[in-house]
Design a protein around this ligand. Structure first.
Ligand code: SAH
Ligand code: SF4
Length: 339
């Protein structure tokens, strides 16, 4: 069976032409997909025989809202979605002055095993298809009656470990026939799969790359992020420099501050030296306490001290606004509670 929502408009057209129907039928199908159609029956302007053929050879992979939590403070909404096999992932919709941003998942679980991360603790189950990524956005648009304008690939899973499906997703979601969300409105966050960062640089997509650094040296990073043993920090930063050179885009570094682990002034200084000369921005995030870990948020003075040390060395850093603090809006926690 062909998963229709994972196909580009050109691919749908080829399929329709191969069945000897006119090309405009592909346009009609795309429009239904764009509206978030969940069945072929709904596609009212298609003749019965096309709908029959579609049902015989294609699927519209289903998505269901299992849970929906709305923050009392800031309208942040967290979804737990399920797919055909009952596997679940999380997505979060945030409201900003410039519009709505959705943080979507790219895998069920994750192989990378970062010690502070709820998703990492649960292990890996499977990759999401391009259509399952798109469905998260369409479903939220429909449920909230909004048009989401920004996407961050920062939910569950490691996007660069599901490279082909993520590239397919990006191609579809940015096309005019689909959700038409431009690459400038898309960010991709990675724990640092160096080979794939080089591949991504070659794609010249113009999206924003976020790198989860969380440590200034191999010693600390090896403890919290096992991926660092394969791709040590200097190799990772070399790949980031290459990415900046090739794409002309600045890179964002995520740095989750953990009390007593990576939040000292010495860490800030070491980080500043490592990032010297790079066109980048550092996002500091007080770590979210996750069940089964002993990590705690840093003491309040640590964040300011870190920012000051970085900025003295010419590196801009800000503390990420925490949205949805009452609904566990950080990745993987809702799924963990629901298992
Ligand atoms: N796998 C990708 C994207 C998903 S994780 C990555 O690691 O970048 C999204 C972000 O949430 C990453 O920056 C990750 O390091 C961070 N994160 C995970 N658990 C966290 C926690 N308990 N507190 C703060 N940030 C966390
Ligand atoms: Fe995977 Fe990212 Fe969590 Fe690490 S932080 S385990 S890479 S989802």
């Amino acid at each position: 069976m062909t998963d229709l929502k994972s196909m580009t408009r050109d691919e749908i057209e080829k399929l329709i032409l191969s069945w000897d129907y006119p090309a405009y039928r592909a346009k009609q199908i795309s429009e239904w997909l764009q509206k978030g159609a969940v069945s072929f029956e709904e596609m009212k302007n298609l003749p019965k025989d096309i709908k029959e053929k579609l049902s015989k050879f294609c699927i519209l992979s289903p998505i269901t809202i299992e849970k929906k939590l709305v923050s009392m403070y800031d309208n942040t909404i967290k979804y737990l979605f399920s797919f055909f096999d009952r596997e679940t992932v999380e997505a979060v919709v945030m409201e900003y002055k410039h519009g709505h941003t959705i943080c979507i998942s790219t895998q069920v679980g994750c192989k990378m095993g970062c010690t502070f991360c709820a998703t990492g603790k649960g292990g890996f189950i499977r990759n999401l298809t391009a259509s399952e990524m798109i469905s998260q956005i369409e479903c939220a648009n429909k449920d909230l009656n909004i048009r989401i304008s920004n996407i961050v690939l920062m939910g569950m899973g490691e996007p660069l470990d599901n490279y082909d499906n993520v590239m397919r997703f990006l191609k579809i979601v940015s096309s005019e026939d689909s959700l038409n969300i431009g690459m400038r409105h898309i960010s991709l966050s990675t724990c640092g799969l160096v080979d794939r960062i080089y591949d991504l640089a070659e794609e010249k997509l113009g999206l924003t790359l976020s790198v989860s650094l969380h440590a200034p040296n191999d010693e600390i990073r090896n403890m919290t992020m096992p991926v660092n043993k394969k791709y040590p920090i200097d190799e990772l930063l070399k790949a980031c420099r290459y990415y900046i050179k090739e794409t002309g885009r600045r890179v964002s570094f995520e740095y989750a501050m953990i009390d007593g682990v990576n939040d000292s002034d010495a860490c800030a200084l070491e980080l500043a030296n490592k990032l010297r000369g790079m066109i980048c921005h550092v996002n500091l995030i007080p770590v979210n306490a996750v069940d089964g870990t002993h990590y705690k948020k840093p003491k309040t003075d640590r964040l300011n001290s870190f920012i000051q040390i970085l900025s003295k060395k010419g590196i801009t850093a800000t503390v990420r606004r925490t949205l949805g603090s009452d609904i566990n809006a950080s990745c993987g926690q809702l799924r963990q509670q629901n298992l």
